[in-house]
Design a protein around this ligand. Sequence first.
Ligand code: SF4
Length: 359
Amino acid sequence: MSSNLPDFDEDAPLLEVEDLSTTFRTDAGTLLAVDGIDFTVRKGETVCIVGESGSGKTVATESITRLIKEPPGQVDGTIRNKGLNLMELSEKELRSIRGNNIAHIFQNPQEAMNHCYTVGWQIVEALRVHQDVPKKEARARAIDLLDRVGIANASARFNDYPHEFSGGQKQRAMIAMALVAEPDLLIADEPTTALDVTVQAQILRLLNELQEEYGMSILFVTHDLGVVAEIADRVIVMYSGKVMERGDVFQIFEQPAHPYTQALMRCLPDKGVDTGGIPGQLPDPLDPPDGCRFAPRCEHAIEDCTIGEQPAEMEIDSDHEVSCVFYQHGYDESVVRDRELEDDTAIEDSSTEVGATDD
Ligand code: SF4
């Protein structure tokens, strides 16, 4: 199906997102869910978008393949997949991109699967939608995929209905469905949140293994820093539709520079500072504050934080950028540096252990 598309530039980055904004028209006004963000995903890497619920991370990733219903939604900006601007594609062309080039898995496999059909039938259908393969071959490939995602006795389980699969097995089946066309990029939106911690660890390990096997990139959405520590190469911290900080996983965990990232870190269970979460609430997306979006909850906020636009992202280290007034010229960044957190926070401190074996 990809053959109908304009040509890709194989030398271009896998995914380039520039000035992405997603708004929704509501009776109460225009809701600004994502506000002019940029990011890239390179071949073979895992990028995690992290932030509290309502920070815009899911909307941002669903905007990439235009899963947002328009209207009431509206997606603006530039989204390039290997040089091809997805914003210029027709719906038919986008359907070809979805699944073939960029596949999604979602938080709740229970809702994503059709309970009237067997798991095997649903994978065969996904295969036949994306690839023109005879039914017999599709069945053999579906069984192989179920086997590869760790479903024991896959040929027998092929005929089971979703309710006969456990939560972890359902998520494995959803991953198998997402892999039918061997996509370049897998967008995984909180795929382990509904699972208990042991099964969560198994799914993360499976994604790691499949990423190596298929050479794909993963864009992983989560609110769980423990998961980020297990899976990320690079991290984007989002808050109220804006990027607050970005860097590689070691920079974010060992030198969290933005007060919001630091607040998230302090919520890790082993930090024991405030397991009740960050005091205060996200701003109203219908009426976000001037200046820094985090200012109403930031212990370091000064008057300059509440004026104009969100502070521009400043590069404080190679590929480590922060959107905070105190990293701009003329301000003292030591005010917001949390030396104690920098000393204490290490990736192995995460709450998630990868390595268990049973669903
Ligand atoms: S810009 Fe001001 S309010 Fe925003 S994080 Fe920095 S110090 Fe806090």
